[in-house]
Design a protein around this ligand. Sequence first.
Ligand code: ADP
Ligand code: MG
Length: 678
Amino acid sequence: MPSLYKMPVEQLGGIGKKKSELFAKLGIMNVGELIRFYPRTYEDWSMPYTIASAPENTPCCIRASVDKVYAPARLRGGMLLLKVDVTDGEDCLKLTFFNQQYTFDKLSSGGEFLFYGIVKANSFGYEMSSPQVMTTDRASIHPIYHQTAGLSTKQTEAAMRQAIRLLPEKVNDPIPQNILEKYNLCTLDFAIRNIHFPETMIHAAMARERLAFEELMTLQLGLAQMKTARREITTNRISNIFTDEFTALLPFELTGAQKKAVDDCIKDMSESCYPMNRLIQGDVGSGKTAVAAAVCYNVIRNGMQCAFMAPTEILSVQHFKSLSELLENTGIKIELLTGSLTASKKKAVYERLANGETDLVIGTHALISDSVSFKKLGLVITDEQHRFGVAQRAALISKGESPHIMVMSATPIPRTLALMIFGDLDISIIDELPPGRQKVDTFLIDGDKRDRAYGFLKKEIAAGHQCYIVCPLVEENVSGLASAEEYARHLQETVLSDCRIGVLHGKMKPKDKESVMDSFTNGETDILVSTTVIEVGVNVPSATVMMIENAERFGLSQLHQLRGRVGRGKNRSYCILVSDNQSETTLERLSVMCRTNNGFRIADEDLRLRGPGDFFGSRQHGLPELKIADLSGMELLEKTQSAARTILQDDPLLEKKEHRGLAFAVRSLFAAGGNTLN
Ligand code: ADP
Ligand code: MG
């Protein structure tokens, strides 16, 4: 099987340069990848129905002989209408085809065929419109593949038939025999052949289960290996604790949950000979930044450097500013490193990091550039980590010698998913908000009430507060949704002409973004109209209203994140969700937001209502993309986790000969994805 990964698809009959480019679009470069391109569903032509027993409104296969062929008719507009009657010996089925001269000619010579389509019964008898037609020797289950323009599922099927013929007589199974037996799984040989060309749907289901198991187990093996690989003794243990010295710098008292999180980290870094590997999960506004600062302070005072990576430029700048202010008279040197610095400034930062002058560097993924090196990197922090790929985290970590790792996530994640995504981390949860925080009152309105909402915004602004308005789309006006810029212009020219309005969207230059953000932070603008770039982490305490247009376009967790931008100060705050979508499921989903402010509860609801595939946008979890398994089934997750554990107990690094196939599978899974920034 591995050798098929070296054979380009062009070597298959009927596939030239053009077609191989189409296959490449589907992510298929070679025959091995083609074989691992699984059908999305099947058409069952294997057990034809009689005409009378055909299911209602469901496509099915009918076996019947040609009874009567009508003379073709030309419709207005030039379309050719072709009619044929067929019979199964009991009943007659009237077929109509449009513009299908070739099929028509085939049927004209008579005989028995298979027809696939929906049988409709009415007072004139049975009818089927534009069925697919095959000869009776094709009575089997046909796989249906994802298509791309110019490459039909039939063409993929034809290529697949050839590919399957190239398989060795017996495909080696990467999963050890004892695991196959324990979990009652079919062999890879059976699975590969039957996922594409099953004899029965039961075989297809067995194949699918086995392949999903393999994929999830491979994922677990990969994650577990990363954890083991990091289990090196660290030289970055901290010996003295400076938490009290740090808290004296704060203008507030840490909450109990914050203290606990800091203590967890200090314990990890001082008591164990292994590096810390910890996730800090806290709801929006729970004060994760102060926790990060406390941990950095300890590491720096123990003579090491820290790197703090945030997903966006805006967030990096914000963290940079708040930490610089906090650590002002401490002698600690902080720097910002983002893609928009000039080359010479970057170079200077690189130098100061390499010679140890800089204690703490904050930045975007510019931090993982090859030019960045540290004198003694003791701690790596990634903020809002699910936006980073596993590989990016690894790249930053590799710049130190077993540095401690702290991951901060502001998206409360349901347990089922946390287990997968952060399976390699210890977890601290900040489940307490700083005192004085109020819940954000949330309302759901339809577009008719928009003017009243603007009136409300005006009142808040008159009281000296600020407002966010979020529109989901940037720039152009694809589906009739206003772009941020247009929307802002409209407000400025009409209802909110006496307010100062700023606009922020993803396509702006970092410098421009920063200055728009600055004037909002400094209170020089009243309203910030933006796309979702403000989603994570932005902190402007005097903002009291978050108005979200087309709220139905967001997931609940995302809405919760957005809502978390307000209610950060002393003032009562509000969230207005605007949606004209009246579907029941949408209303149910959005009403969850009005009912609760608890991020963990919202996350559970979101998972329940949308399923895990949509929970994070497909890329956002930073895991490799899965082909066949999904993350919803706790049962399969647990089974594969325990299977992976069994294997690794015996062979932690998958070095044994019999695990070569698994090691290969892990490498290919993690090579294919996981290194994309969204
Ligand atoms: P998040 O967890 O969403 O990243 P931040 O770290 O941005 O939250 O903190 C939100 C706000 O709460 C900031 O203005 C911060 O200064 C403030 N804050 C953090 N911890 C406390 C505390 N213990 N008491 C009072 N205010 C706090
Ligand atoms: Mg934050």
